[in-house]
Design a binder for this molecule. Structure first.
Ligand code: ISJ
Length: 183
């Protein structure tokens, strides 16, 4: 089907928006936090209708132990990095709980396919851990507790919501994920 002129412009705008990074020095980090809260949809789909609980303290410990060890190697403050990742984990669980509630109320919205948590989903989160740690390193000088940092964080977050057209659940999760960024 041929697209009308307006539709073509819309298609180009959407393609551009999808490839854009949230604004400012915290843009890349915020973009990675967005990716992580989006992967939570896959985690939720992997667990929904199974006995696998949303909260998995053993897996969280593995993630946080890895963060602590690699922060030290990178010259990052391990406790600061762990605090940031605890927020990523809370954000992820917020999305999982929200989607499970939604799918329980609206079974017709349950995804058709259940991804495999161990082989398909956690490896994506592990890759994001590496990328987020590198960004934490790159943004160390911006992330001191200051009004400047809070302004950059707000701008990056607001632009991410628009660029990625986040719904309310993912917007709330992103706010949680970024809650400790200036510290
Ligand atoms: C993502 C998962 O669900 C929860 C969130 C985690 C995370 O964000 O890294 C880790 C463990 C779980 O408490 C998972 O089980 O892998």
């Amino acid at each position: 089907m041929a697209l009308s002129g307006d539709m073509k412009i819309l298609a180009v705008a959407l393609t551009l928006a999808a490839s854009l990074t949230p604004v400012g020095p915290l843009g890349e980090l915020t973009g990675l936090a967005v990716e992580r809260v989006r992967v939570a949809d896959l985690v939720a789909a992997a667990k929904f209708g199974t006995t696998q609980p949303i909260d998995d303290p053993a897996r969280e410990q593995v993630v946080l132990d890895g963060v602590r060890a690699r922060s030290a190697e990178l010259g990052l403050d391990p406790e600061n990095a762990v605090r940031f990742f605890r927020a990523q984990i809370e954000a992820n669980k917020l999305v999982q709980r929200g989607l499970h509630a939604r799918w329980t109320a609206h079974p017709e919205e349950v995804p058709d396919r259940r991804p495999d948590l161990g082989t398909e989903v956690r490896p994506v989160l592990d890759r994001l851990t590496t990328d987020i740690l590198a960004e934490l390193k790159d943004t160390t000088s911006v992330r001191h507790p200051s009004l400047r940092c809070e302004i950059h964080a707000t701008l990056a977050e607001r632009s991410a919501v628009v660029l990625h057209r986040l719904d309310r659940l993912h917007e709330d999760a992103l706010a949680e994920a970024m809650s400790t960024v200036c510290s």
